[in-house]
Design a protein around this ligand. Structure first.
Ligand code: C2E
Ligand code: CA
Ligand code: CA
Ligand code: CA
Length: 397
C-alpha cells in the first residue's frame, strides 16, 4: 500500500470496473461521477482524511461510479484482501449491518442510473445467511446473559492452589459458573467469549468483584484458624479481561469493595491472560499499576501462549506468572515442553516473581515441578473448582 499520486484531471477508475482497492486521501480532492446520455454528473466529492472506493470491495460488485482527481492527489490504496481479512475477523453483527447498508445503497442506484442498478444478487449468499444466523444466536445468548445477571444465576467456584514444596493449601482461584435454569451448569468457555463480544463482560466482572467481597472474608478467616495443612494467610485470585481494564474502572471497583469488606489487599490477586496483556500493554499498564499500588498481586495467566515481548512484561507490575496448562500436561512426555516449563520458571526467578503451574493432573507432574523449583501448583490432582462451601471446608481442614 505505497501512496500513489494522481494528477489533477486524471481518472482513477470508471463506472462498471472491477474494484481492487479502496483509497485513503492523504491530500487533494476527488470527484465521484457518472456519465449519462453524453453528459456527466458529479455525485460527490471527497478530500483529505476521507475514504472512497470501498463499496465495490465490500460487496464485490462492479464500481457504481467513476472517480477523477480534481486536484493533484496523494492516495493510499487499501487492497481488497486487506479489507476482506478484517471483515472475516469482524463481529457478525457488524458485518450484517454493513451488508444491510450496502444493499440499501445499491437499491438507491436505479434512480441514479441504469449501469449498475439491479446487479444485486436476488438470493442471500451462504455467507450472508451464516452472518444472519450467527447474529440471531448471538442476540439470544446476550439476552440470556442479561437475564443471568439480573436473576443472579452466576456463581464463583474456587479451585485450590497448593505450595508444591510443602503440599499446604496456599490459596484459591475464583472461576465463574453459570447456573442456567435450562442448560444446568455452564462453563465459562461457553459464555465468556459472547460476554466479551457484547461488552456484557464489564457487568459480569463487576459482579465477580462484588462476589469476591462476599466469599473471601470467611475463607481468610478459616485460614487464620486452620491446622498445619493450610497456610495462615491464604490468597484468592480472580480473572479480568483487557476490556475490563480499558472500559471500566477496575481499580475503583476493587478499592470500593476493599473498603466495604475490610479484606487485606494483599490477599487478592488479579489474573489477566498474557494474550490480553499484549493486545494493549500501555492501556493495561495504568490500571494494573493502580491495583498493584493498592496492594493486590498481579498474575499473568496462560503464560507461554501469548507471545509476550519481555520489554513489555518488565514494564508491568507483575507478581506472578502462571505456566499454561498445555505445557504442564505435555511436560512428562515431551522434553521440549519440559524445557519450556523450565525456561518460564527461570524467567520468573530472574524477574523476581512467583510461578504457579496450572493443570497439574497427576502426582508425577506435581513432583517434577516441585523439583524444578516451581512455588505453587493448581490442578485436578489437588482439587477441582468447587462451590464456596466446599472451599471453606478445605480451608478449615
Ligand atoms: P483459566 O483462567 O486459565 O482457568 C483455569 C481453567 O483450567 C479452569 O477452567 C479450570 O477449571 C481448568 N483446570 C484447572 N485445573 C485443571 C486440570 O488439572 N486439568 C484440566 N483439564 N483443566 C484444569 P474453567 O473454570 O472452565 O475456566 C476456563 C476459563 O474461563 C478460565 O481459564 C478463564 O480464562 C475464564 N474464566 C473463568 N472464570 C472467569 C471470570 O470470572 N472472569 C473472566 N473474565 N474469565 C473467567
Ligand atoms: Ca485464570
Ligand atoms: Ca490459565
Ligand atoms: Ca485459560
Amino acid at each position: 500500500s505505497e501512496p500513489v499520486t494522481l494528477p489533477a484531471g486524471a481518472v482513477l477508475f470508471e463506472e462498471g470496473a472491477i474494484g481492487h482497492s479502496a483509497y485513503l486521501i492523504l491530500s487533494g480532492r476527488i470527484a465521484i461521477f457518472q456519465r449519462r446520455d453524453g453528459g456527466e454528473s458529479v455525485l460527490g466529492r471527497r478530500g483529505a482524511g476521507e475514504l472512497f472506493g470501498e463499496m465495490a470491495i465490500l460487496d464485490a460488485l462492479p464500481r457504481s461510479a467513476g472517480v477523477r482527481a480534481e486536484e493533484d492527489c496523494v492516495l493510499v490504496p487499501v487492497g481488497a484482501a486487506q479489507i476482506r481479512q478484517r471483515l472475516a475477523g469482524a463481529d457478525p453483527i457488524l458485518r450484517l449491518c454493513l451488508e444491510g447498508l450496502i444493499a440499501r445503497f445499491r437499491e438507491t442506484l436505479p434512480r441514479l442510473g441504469p449501469a449498475v442498478a439491479g446487479s444485486r444478487p436476488a438470493a442471500l449468499s451462504p455467507a450472508a445467511r451464516a452472518d444472519f444466523d450467527a447474529t440471531v444466536a448471538a442476540l439470544a445468548q446476550e439476552r440470556a446473559l442479561r437475564r443471568a445477571l439480573a436473576q443472579d444465576e452466576f456463581a464463583l467456584f474456587l479451585q485450590p492452589i497448593v505450595r508444591l514444596a510443602t503440599g499446604r493449601l496456599a490459596g484459591f482461584e475464583a472461576l465463574i459458573r453459570w447456573h442456567d435454569p435450562e442448560r444446568g451448569l455452564v462453563p465459562p468457555a461457553a459464555f465468556i467469549p459472547a460476554a466479551e463480544a457484547s461488552g456484557l463482560i464489564v457487568a459480569i466482572t463487576a459482579w465477580v468483584i462484588g462476589e469476591i467481597g462476599r466469599i473471601v472474608p470467611p475463607i481468610l478467616q478459616a485460614g487464620l484458624q486452620a491446622p498445619a495443612s493450610v497456610e495462615t494467610s491464604l490468597f484468592v485470585s480472580f480473572n479480568v479481561t483487557a476490556q475490563d481494564l480499558a472500559r471500566s474502572d477496575i481499580p475503583g471497583l476493587i478499592d470500593a469493595m476493599l473498603r466495604r469488606t475490610g479484606i487485606a489487599p494483599g490477599a487478592l490477586k488479579l489474573e489477566i491472560t498474557e494474550s490480553t496483556l499484549m493486545q494493549d500493554p500501555a492501556g493495561a499498564a495504568a490500571a494494573l499499576a493502580r491495583c498493584r499500588a493498592a496492594g493486590l498481586g498481579i498474575a499473568v495467566d496462560d503464560f507461554g501462549t501469548g507471545y509476550s515481548s519481555l520489554s513489555h512484561l518488565s514494564a508491568l507490575p507483575i507478581t506472578t506468572l502462571k505456566v499454561d496448562r498445555a505445557f504442564v500436561r505435555a511436560m512428562l512426555a515431551e522434553p521440549r515442553d519440559r524445557r519450556i516449563v523450565q525456561t518460564i520458571l527461570r524467567l520468573a526467578e530472574e524477574i523476581g516473581v512467583a510461578a504457579v503451574a496450572e493443570g497439574i493432573e497427576g502426582r508425577a507432574e506435581a513432583e517434577a515441578l516441585a523439583a524444578m523449583g516451581c512455588a505453587l501448583g493448581q490442578g485436578y490432582h489437588f482439587g477441582r473448582p468447587m462451590p464456596q462451601a466446599d472451599a471453606l471446608a478445605a480451608a478449615a481442614a
